[in-house]
Design a protein around this ligand. Structure first.
Ligand code: ATP
Ligand code: MG
Length: 616
């Protein structure tokens, strides 16, 4: 391919609204172009990388017998109402009226009614396809003999993300591989889960990126029903904790926190005081640190932070639409993990109670709310406070704190459980030997055992050997195709530009002709291009006229193909061209006729390095 004909414009300057490296470099390299917030065109170079990654995914899934199909992007509300998600999926689901529904709204308006258009929305853009695939399978599969089945598509998704950003990493429109499996029983579904888990390991290893499978939150279902696959990168949005002694690696949302021994404040431990109500007058003291310092009376001159408690009041909504208030009590120096609170409560949704409401409910301003004496609140206490006595807590009276809180005694009916955000250096709960290390990760894929959630609500059943009707057991498995390509860039770049991993490089060899005006030089460059292509390499030939060697090299580094082959009048005088490795910057001089042999050798070396580095 001749670069003079390629749709590409490279930029010297970093676009102002690009906030991560992959977005900056892919925009500067002319690979992607923003059309609207979170919506991008993939220009020819990006398209090639994306397609290559898709092919890797297809090849690996084919090995496990998955079948490819394509479902629509525009989905009817009815299917989503059937599963119940029409109500629960938030504003990320872009809903709208089709022509028929719009006509109905218009007609009602003409009759003088004031219809709320939102109630007439009858379509949405698919953010994920559990409903549609379940509908397909329930209409086509009847017998256990047809199971198991794993169906996938590589398709455009739309999620109206609150904050689209980071280019392809958090778009509103993006490409996803989504697979769904259907089984006669749990054992079979569990087996498929691990088959897909291993397929994902192969896929990301082939890509040559450093990644980790990570135990992740599976909502109220609990258990280890889901793993996320993360590409490790400082720009990752997720925090991951990984034990330095065993394999336990998990998303911090999920990481089990070891219960820490209750604090031992000067002399108080062992002698549990009675709860002294409104003991400390602490006007205007809101933060935990000031609070600890401000806990002063005849016996106390401040307190350790670990002897204070903090309190959060949430409103939980359950799958049946009912709600309940949930209060979480933690040590003052610990961070609450709302996902743990939500899961323990078994809630479908949970939000912090809005401040004004919470103030009305407790009768105190923020900073002075506490768990003592609240009615109709499910009180959960973090496991690290089991056995703790003589804590302080908000008094539910503005400017006052209690002293002497013994949760087991003073919060009748409370439950002790792990509510705390685990932290780096905490002792691993699995092996008890190692400690957690912190990483940042970009979630590029997820495997999830769904169970019968969709098959039950949507009656996706089969007849078993006895002719009895049963709901199918399901699994779902996603890979963010476009996000993964961007994540690969996040891990592979330097000051000059991208360093594409060979398997998804838009082109593998960049033939850079320094003197395209010379018939001899451009003749050699074109011959090398042809030879390499005939040998199966993908080549971009920079045949552009009127550019200095420096400008061409800058562009070549920015585009970041693994190998650059420079053909210039100067070298050719000695019958020499130059092959340069983008990553190592090593240069080899060779005769043009040796290009195929040298490029092949370089490819083998690069692939061997990639295999050695990949995966871990
Ligand atoms: P996130 O937590 O990052 O919002 P998710 O867990 O909601 O992602 P899934 O429903 O698991 O996403 O979708 C499968 C995969 O699709 C994700 O692992 C991710 O790689 C990709 N993906 C999800 N949202 C986006 C997005 N807004 N832009 C690009 N890729 C995305
Ligand atoms: Mg996910």
């Amino acid at each position: 391919m001749k670069q003079s004909k390629l749709l590409i414009q490279t930029l010297r300057e970093t676009p102002r609204d690009a906030d991560v490296v992959s977005q900056q470099l892919m925009m500067r390299a002319g690979m992607i172009q923003k059309v609207a917030a979170g919506i991008y065109s993939y220009l020819p170079l990006a398209f090639r990388s994306i397609r290559k990654f898709e092919e890797i995914v297809r090849e690996e899934l084919a090995k496990d017998g998955c079948q490819e199909l394509t479902m629509p992007a525009v989905l009817p509300a009815e299917l989503w109402q059937e599963s119940g998600r029409w109500k629960f999926y938030g504003d990320e689901l872009l809903r709208f009226c089709d022509r028929k529904a719009k006509a109905e709204v218009a007609e009602r308006r003409a009759r003088g009614e004031k219809p709320d258009e939102r109630e007439f929305y009858n379509f949405c853009l698919g953010p994920t396809h559990e409903e549609v695939i379940t509908d397909i399978v329930r209409k086509n599969v009847r017998s256990y003999k047809q199971l198991p089945m794993n169906l996938f598509q590589i398709q455009t998704k739309f999620r109206d993300e609150r904050r689209p950003r980071f280019g392809l990493m958090r778009g509103r429109e993006f490409t996803m591989k989504d697979a769904y499996s259907f089984h006669a029983d749990d054992t079979c579904a569990d087996r498929e889960y691990w088959v897909m888990f291993n397929a994902y390991k192969r896929i990301f290893s082939r890509l040559g990126v450093k990644f980790r499978p990570v135990e992740a939150d599976s909502g109220a279902i609990g258990g280890s029903f889901t793993h996320e696959f993360h590409v490790l990168a400082g720009s990752g949005e997720d925090a991951i904790l990984s034990c330095n002694a065993c394999d336990y690696t998990s998303n911090i949302e999920k990481t089990e926190a070891p219960a820490l021994p209750a604090g031992d404040p000067a002399g108080d431990r062992g002698a549990a005081f009675e709860l002294k109500r409104d003991h400390f007058c602490t006007p205007g003291v809101l933060g935990q640190v000031e609070q600890a310092a401000g806990m002063k009376d005849a016996e106390h001159d401040g307190m350790p932070l670990s002897q204070t408690s903090k309190f959060f009041l949430y409103r939980a909504t359950f799958a049946d639409g009912s709600t309940k208030l949930v209060g979480a009590v933690l040590r003052g120096d610990h961070e609450v993990n709302p996902v743990k609170v939500k899961n323990f409560a078994g809630a479908a949704e949970m939000e912090l109670m809005p401040l004004e409401e919470a103030e009305g409910f407790t009768g105190a301003k923020t900073g002075f709310m506490g768990p003592v004496g609240l009615k109709d609140v499910l009180i959960l206490v973090d496991a690290s406070l089991k056995g703790a006595v003589n804590l302080t807590c908000g008094a539910n009276r503005t400017d006052y704190h209690h002293f002497g809180l013994d949760p087991a005694r003073d919060l009748p009916g409370c439950t002790f459980t792990d509510l705390r955000m685990a932290a780096e250096h905490d002792t691993c709960t699995r092996c008890g030997k190692g400690t957690y290390q912190a990483f940042r990760g970009i979630e590029v894929g997820q495997v999830f055992k769904l169970g019968t959630k969709y098959s039950k609500s949507m009656s996706c059943t089969f007849l078993d050997e006895q002719g009895k009707e049963n709901p199918m057991v399901m699994g779902c498995y996603g890979i963010g195709i476009t996000r993964t390509v961007a994540a690969a860039v996040e891990q592979n770049y330097d000051a000059d530009g991208i360093i594409w991993p060979w398997p998804i490089a838009p082109y593998q060899v960049h033939v850079v002709c320094l003197d395209p005006g010379s018939a001899e030089v451009s003749g050699v460059a074109s011959q090398v291009e042809k030879d390499l292509e005939a040998a199966g390499f993908e080549v971009l030939h920079d045949d552009r006229e009127g550019l200095s060697p420096g400008a061409k090299f800058k562009d070549a580094d920015l585009l970041g193909f693994p190998l650059r082959l420079t053909v210039g009048a100067k070298g050719l005088k000695d019958g020499i061209v130059e092959l340069r490795d983008r990553r190592t910057k090593d240069v080899v001089k060779l005769k043009p006729e040796a290009a195929v042999a040298e490029v092949s050798a370089a490819r083998d070396r690069i692939m061997a390095d990639l295999e050695a580095a990949g995966g871990r």
